[in-house]
Design a protein around this ligand. Structure first.
Ligand code: AMP
Ligand code: MG
Length: 348
């Protein structure tokens, strides 16, 4: 990751060997010519690297450009990411998703077209995963307190709230781009798909700007663009579910065919809390209302579209290895890496 740091002298004077030299006119002219030279030849050889990290979408987002980079592209990316956050976050009361949730069981809500499309895609993934992926999981996520103070709820609380989790109770009207949740108390949660969508939007901005070498990391949703500096496929590490952050259990080589590819992992280790010596994580079974418990520790999807990779990694994690694999095999152009509890890694 390259950072370009320009160290500026203190204005007006340079101190060297105990003497202060006042800037002369010719020295300033020399400096200006020098700066123009660096910028001109820097842009000609297209070697400028730029990287920027910000906390947005509830996570740390890092965008690194390795070719033809310019600050405006980074600005455009983060403006777009904030826009997406403001539309889709359940933690922002004025977001479209929060407005839909507040009107559950009461009225339909007119939403932004991008939000509508994303909800329609979430419904599609719910359908193809047999409901394992369910964007109406909100009441369960809230009950377990994953957005503030997590704890294990009572069984009767889970039973009551589970009645509100059902993706077939989402009513979409594409003519008016309105969304209606049939039952009061229902709540959408796009946490399993929104970062993927945002990563695709980021990739579009970067490639439209003619940048063909870049990496985007939106809290673990990775997009790689083009090839690495040696003109080889990017290598992306898959987190070791039992190791420290940044320790990899596997590294995958990702060929992009001159466009981009995404690598997204869903894992029990990403967000969790402990109570009475037991660990509870953030990916729920929509049929039991409990964190998913199967033989998997993580599922990674490699796909030419980050929204697909994001939704499918969550869906397949919930479905488990065998049924999840059937889903993956039914979709062209995607690969998967499964990490099992016993440490075995299986790739498709
Ligand atoms: P991810 O890290 O992409 O697998 O997404 C996990 C997040 O998606 C959680 O933090 C919840 O907000 C939400 N979520 C949890 N369980 C499900 C589920 N079964 N279907 C859809 N979203 C879920
Ligand atoms: Mg996901």
């Amino acid at each position: 990751m390259g950072y370009h740091e320009i160290k500026r002298p203190r204005a007006g004077a340079l101190r060297r060997g105990g003497f202060v030299y006042k800037f002369s006119f010719s020295f300033i002219l020399f400096l200006i010519c020098h700066i123009i030279f660096i910028f001109y030849f820097g842009s000609c050889t297209q070697k400028v690297n730029l990287s920027r990290a910000e906390f947005v979408l509830g996570t740390n987002c890092v965008v690194s450009l390795f070719e033809n980079a310019n600050v405006q592209v980074l600005k455009d990316v983060f403006v777009r990411l904030r826009e997406i956050d403001n539309l889709m976050s359940v933690n922002i009361p004025a977001s479209d998703v929060s407005r839909i949730n507040a009107a559950a069981g009461v009225e339909s809500v007119k939403v932004n077209e991008d939000v509508f499309e994303l909800i329609a895609m979430a419904v599609y993934f719910a359908e193809i995963s047999g409901g394992a992926f369910d964007p109406t999981i909100g009441p369960i996520v809230n009950l377990w307190g994953f957005n503030n103070n997590p704890s294990v709820p009572l069984q009767e609380e889970i039973d009551a709230v589970l009645k509100l989790v059902n993706w077939t109770d989402i009513v979409l009207d594409s003519d008016s781009t309105t969304v209606f949740l049939k039952k009061p108390g229902m709540a959408l949660d796009l946490g399993a798909i929104a970062k993927g969508y945002a990563a695709d939007e980021t990739a579009k901005i970067i490639t439209n700007a003619g940048i063909n070498r870049a990496i985007v990391n939106l809290g673990g949703n990775i997009v790689v663009i083009g090839k690495n500096k040696d003109d080889r496929p990017w290598r992306v590490g898959i987190q070791d579910p039992n190791g420290e952050r940044g320790s990899y259990i596997e590294v995958v080589e990702v060929s992009t065919n001159d466009s981009y590819m995404s690598v997204v992992t869903s894992g029990a280790y990403e967000r969790f809390f402990e109570q009475d010596g037991k660990r509870y994580h953030h990916i729920f079974s929509p049929s039991t209302g409990y964190p998913v418990k199967n033989e998997l520790l993580s599922v990674t999807i490699i796909a030419p579209n980050s929204m697909y990779a994001d939704a499918l990694s969550t869906a397949v994690f919930v479905m488990g290895y065998e049924i999840g694999l059937e889903l993956i095999e039914s979709i062209e152009g995607i690969e998967a890496v499964f990490v099992f509890e016993d440490g075995v890694i299986t790739k498709f």
